[in-house]
Ligand binder design. Structure first.
Ligand SMILES: C[S@@+](CC[C@H](N)C(=O)[O-])C[C@H]1O[C@@H](n2cnc3c(N)ncnc32)[C@H](O)[C@@H]1O
Length: 320
């Protein structure tokens, strides 16, 4: 058994401390930082400005501050966590024990969506925004299991996540993986960076899983999705999963409040109507926006309580 089998999150020893981006500042002027290309060569952006790459990636980070990716990894059974992450994660578990099942349901949703898009819809390009720490059944693994030539671009605003991704999320020879450090709110940077690896004139499967609840209303998450959608070809898909308090308003509300008191990046649970609104009226695939575990579940799967709404929309052909 590998340690990834045991923990659910793949291990990586980053001996040099790096600092995750904890600032929720809108990053509109932040250039994308590309960490590696699939062939092991630095990609053009990194080659063009190695000093900037170094300065962005070789930063100190503060392990006394809980971080979204590591807290989530803890719920998935991961070991790459610090006391502050475990404290925040345990406090949420205390107030809403179903958070663990919800995190697992979200990962299972990711795998089902990617498999569906690759196998049933012929999607060969994926843009995974808000990657998280590497875990089994990552986007490129699922996609390349279906079609080894699939190309995947991972995006996260946390340089630690990107360092792990670069080391562990590696492509088949036939396909490609690329890594962009950028904020989900910076659609222009993401699309420009993704275009280095993906052909944006062809359909792309965009994943926005468990990330938009880190975008406050004041930063217009629906506008973020709309801007991304505006840069995609007809026939593309957008998958969203998002924290909700609909099933257990008091418990999830208390848990979110506790989390927000302990972590620098706040979460905003949203209702079914609000999560549906993030798709901006794009046509939703059946069954629409539902608890993540109810989105096209595997045959025989037993539904668990799940505090994430999830759905997948398509960009109709003939649009643009
Ligand atoms: C809960 S994890 C979800 C990981 C993965 N998408 C999944 O569903 O399993 C959230 C991830 O989003 C990232 N994130 C949070 N806010 C972000 C932002 N504004 N821009 C880009 N990434 C962000 C965090 O660093 C973290 O890696």
């Amino acid at each position: 058994m590998t340690s990834s089998d045991r923990s659910g999150v793949l291990p990586l020893d980053i001996s040099e401390p790096v600092r995750p981006s904890t600032s929720p500042e809108p990053p509109s002027s932040t250039p994308a930082v590309r960490l590696a290309a699939s062939d092991g060569e630095p990609a053009p952006a990194a080659r063009a400005d190695p000093d900037r790459l170094h300065s962005r990636c070789d930063l100190q980070f503060d392990p006394t501050v809980a971080h979204p990716a590591r807290v989530y990894a803890y719920w998935l059974g991961g070991k790459d966590t610090y006391a502050a992450d475990r404290q925040a994660a345990e406090e949420v578990i205390r107030l809403r024990p179903a958070v663990v099942a919800s995190a697992r349901a979200n990962r299972a949703f990711l795998a089902r969506v990617v498999r569906f898009l690759a196998a049933d819809c012929g999607i060969r390009q994926f843009l995974d925004i808000g990657t998280g720490l590497p875990a089994p059944d990552s986007t490129h693994q699922v996609a390349q299991d279906v079609a080894p030539q699939c190309r995947v671009v991972y995006v996260d605003n946390d340089p630690v996540v990107m360092a792990h991704a670069r080391a562990l999320l590696t492509s088949t020879a036939a396909g490609a993986c690329d890594y962009i450090q950028a904020d989900v709110r910076d659609s222009g940077t993401i699309l420009a960076g993704a275009a280095v690896t993906l052909d944006l004139t062809k359909p792309v499967g965009v994943l926005l899983l468990a990330v938009l609840h880190f975008v406050p209303d004041s930063d217009d998450p629906a506008g973020v999705v709309a801007t991304l959608a505006g840069g995609l070809a007809p026939g593309s898909f957008i998958a969203i999963s998002h924290l909700t308090a609909d099933l257990a308003p008091e418990q999830v509300g208390a848990a979110a409040q506790a989390y927000n008191a302990l972590a620098p990046v706040a979460v905003t649970p949203r209702t079914h109507a609000q999560v549906s609104g993030l798709f901006g009226g794009l046509p939703l695939l059946a069954p629409g926006v539902v608890p993540a575990c109810e989105w096209r579940p595997d045959i025989g799967a037993v539904a668990q309580p799940c505090d994430l709404h999830a759905g997948v929309a398509c960009l109709p052909r003939g649009r643009r």
